[in-house]
Design a protein around this ligand. Structure first.
Ligand SMILES: [Mn+2]
Length: 422
């Protein structure tokens, strides 16, 4: 029997959103620590990491130190009887400049970064007779790249006498994950390629939502998911996976981690209906009050994200200001609610004006004045014409503007058209 601990997308050093940067940094570390605790408690023999150990962009030297020490704690806790196999994710840096270098060398006896050789056609494998692990690091054209090296990977697995043949990749796999819209085809590895590599277990990092292993044609594909909400828009559960492999049978156990801060994602969507600002504010406040109560009951701290989608009557920034005042009040009432981030994607109702090369001025103005109704539009168009005429006649040659007295009557008429004049 072989016992394998699997985790992925730990993003150590990630610090977004900025207003809660330090809390977020701590949260990722907290999850990593717990993952190591589980692996030690379970006495795993191998640990596989599916990539994105770090968030290179915002990590600090203390983040590398942290990961090194945690992995050392894992090794010590298992009396040195563990092998750690990692692939590089897109957030770990490039193959030439990878943050994984910081942990690979100090832990060389126990840890191996696999997968950058494979991308270049030299299959990177770890083989100790019990398990063979082939890595495939992140590549922006993963689907094409794997076509080039799949024969070599297959040969590597064929040549191995190990019972457990594991392929570790940092890429989306067709049919095994809920792939976000807009991801280009060349970044998604086709299921048939994965099923034909000769591996019996495939671990796929990159996708942040955990998916139970699925076995097709004798190949089990596991998406461990991230260990913490990588974005606050993701409030799914996160954890690590323990696999017990015996006689080709894979026993699976998901160990949920307790996040340092509970994450809540609320989407308030008018689904195309035009709503007034209060509609959005009320809903946001209600859901945050519920979240605040929940945090109070459980005695845990929380971070929320509120996404506003749809159409609003009026100014979306006015609405945002109002809502932010309400949220500040709620945070005073519920101190455990540390922050509620607003994602304001609202469309203001008004007109969308389309302009092409052949759009005439009167067509353009006609679109601009459409919300005024037929009568108002007619009056506005006349006003524009008169203003132009008057400008030509009376504008100052120096400034190009009308004198106050001439301008005033136009302003008064314009206000009348808008329904604001007397
Ligand atoms: Mn990731």
């Amino acid at each position: 029997m072989v016992k394998i601990g699997v985790f992925s997308d730990t993003h150590i050093g990630r610090a977004v959103p900025n207003v809660v940067a330090e809390q977020r940094r701590k949260a990722f570390r907290h999850a990593f620590k717990q993952a190591i605790d589980v692996f030690v408690r379970e006495r795993v023999e191998y640990v596989v990491h599916g990539g994105d150990v770090f968030e290179r962009r915002s990590m600090t030297p203390s983040d590398t130190k942290f990961v090194k020490e945690e992995l050392q704690r894992l090794v010590d806790g298992l009396d040195g009887k563990v092998r750690i196999l990692v692939v590089r994710g897109n957030h770990d840096g490039t193959s030439e400049n990878s943050a994984l270098d910081y942990i690979e060398h100090p832990l060389a006896d126990y840890l191996k970064v696999l997968g950058d050789g494979t991308l270049k056609g030299e299959v990177d494998a770890y083989d100790d007779g019990r398990v063979t692990v082939v890595g495939f690091g992140y590549h922006p054209y993963a689907a094409k790249r794997i076509e080039r090296v799949k024969e070599k990977i297959r040969r590597c697995f064929e040549d191995s006498s190990a019972e457990n043949k594991i392929f570790v990749v940092h890429a989306f796999i067709e049919g095994h994950q809920d792939i976000p819209p807009g991801v280009p085809e060349y970044q998604v590895i086709s299921r048939s390629v994965v099923e034909d590599l000769g591996a019996n277990l495939v671990v796929a990092g990159h996708h942040h939502t955990h998916a139970k292993p699925k076995t097709v044609k004798g190949v089990t594909v596991l998406t461990p998911g991230a260990t913490e909400s990588v974005d606050l828009s993701d409030d799914s559960i996160h954890g690590v996976t323990i696999l017990n492999v015996e006689d080709g049978r894979i026993d699976y156990e998901f160990k949920e981690l307790t996040p340092l801060y509970k994450v809540r994602n609320v989407v308030i969507d008018s689904s195309g209906t035009i709503r007034d600002p209060e509609w959005y504010v009320e809903r946001a406040v209600t859901s945050m009050r519920e979240f605040g109560e929940e945090l109070k009951t459980r005695g845990v701290k929380g971070l929320a994200r509120i996404a506003l989608k749809g159409s609003v009557e009026g100014d979306k920034f006015d609405l945002q200001e109002k809502l932010e005042i309400e949220l500040r009040r709620l945070r005073e009432e519920y101190p455990l609610l540390l922050q509620a981030i607003l994602d304001n994607d609202l469309q203001e109702t008004g007109v969308t004006i389309s302009v092409t090369e052949t759009t005439t001025k009167s067509e353009f103005l006609s679109q601009v004045f459409k919300p005024l109704g037929d009568e108002g539009r007619e009056a506005a168009l006349n006003l524009v014409e008169e203003v132009e005429f008057t400008l030509e006649e009376k504008a100052s040659t120096r400034t190009g503007l009308l004198k106050d007295a001439d301008r005033r009557r136009f302003v008064e008429r314009w206000l009348k058209i808008l329904g604001e004049g007397t």
